[in-house]
Design a protein around this ligand. Sequence first.
Ligand code: 2M8
Length: 462
Amino acid sequence: MKTTPPPQGLPLKVGELAVRAAAVLRRNDMGGWTRAAPTLYPHQWSWDSAFIAIGQAHLDTGRAVEEIRTLLDHQWKNGKVPHIVFNPDAPPESYFPGPEHWASAADADEAPSGPARTSGLCQPPAHAIAVRRILEVAENRGEGVAEARKFLAEAYPRLLSWHRYLATARDPEGSGLVTIFHPWESGTDNSPRWSAAMGRVEVGEMPDYERPDLGHVPDPSERPTGPEYDRFIWLVEIIKRAGCNDGVLYDTNPFLVKDVLASAILVRANEALLEIAGLIGAPEEDRCTIRAWIDRGRQGLDECWDTELGLCLDYDLRAGEPLRARTIAGFAPLIAGTGKSDRLRTLLKALDSRAFAGHPNLRWPLPPSTNPEEPEFHPRSYWRGPVWPVMNWLLWWSLIKAGEKERATRLKSCALAQLSDGRFGEYYEPFTGEPLGSDEQSWTAAVALDWLADQEGVSEKP
Ligand code: 2M8
């Protein structure tokens, strides 16, 4: 069921926006887990759930805990947290590639026992950040504190094994950077970040497939193109044929890339994990390991810095070269936290410049996912240009951590203004402010709740 959007030009008041955001999360609540969007994404997505739990924490601590618990219940034996946990009740034609397509992954040595319920990929590790924040929010609200604290102890070993998986199977080089096997693992699927590396992937023989996603958006240009999708599906084929074995994929997968955004999120997630370790009294040995991961992660990001562009770049392990695209992922050192004040200054300048939030034609001064001057920039196409509220949240949170409070507050006000039509779009056209992709996207509603609470506390009453 859709809510009626307010008449054009009439933005919602803060209280009404919070009520609507909460209603979106409730409507997408499938009982213990939340679908990422009402029709386009009928399953549980990994990093969406982390942000969703942060939003839910403002409504009900127990429900926020449950969101992460359900996801972690599907963790693989090697620690991997799967990128999708499929809804067994969703009709097969509702999403592709769905559980049937991933069924063979259930035979992988490391797959969880039981029927095929997950994909064989993973996504950026925002979960420890969410678990830590659930407690913080509970303490601020004075509700569910005991439950949130108890959950720390339950989630800690699972999060530790998730991070260990990323630090080992996804970083055999010990570089501090996370390797991904598929653009879907980055969460920024068709970003120009991956164009050069994907251009080297030759698509082989594979069965025909249908694209249900195109039926859920008003305009196909908002979604990845046919050739982009063919490459996505071909990589899924290779990953399945390798039994999702990380060692085999390291040797054979044509797409093998160090992802700076996922690596930056991992640094912050490790900081959150370290705090959790302290709160539950985990062994000093664990804490030493986590501290080492944090240091190594920051060092790895340091090495990906491009002085000429003033941004951080992903690295193509197959081609042995950096991937030179100016996208929002270039702010990875800001997201991870950098000890270098000159680097922080350079990044803040880039953020304010016409390459990102300072472009004069923007509807709101919010950073597009791709620099409008990039040749592959497209204002409507998914991760090639639109503004993503969840990225705004990450930047806002990182700015606060960097001590840039004023800048963070400005960003938050604009990000909320963008959402004030109450539609909670998946992403937004940067110049017109039109919501694109799915309406009522869960993580958009969730970050709105977190921002609104930061503003004046979330009230369910308008
Ligand atoms: C998008 O990704 C899925 C594939 O995982 C898709 O396009 O079908 C991305 O925006 C991703 O970051 C997000 O987690 C997912 C669900 O919101 O949608």
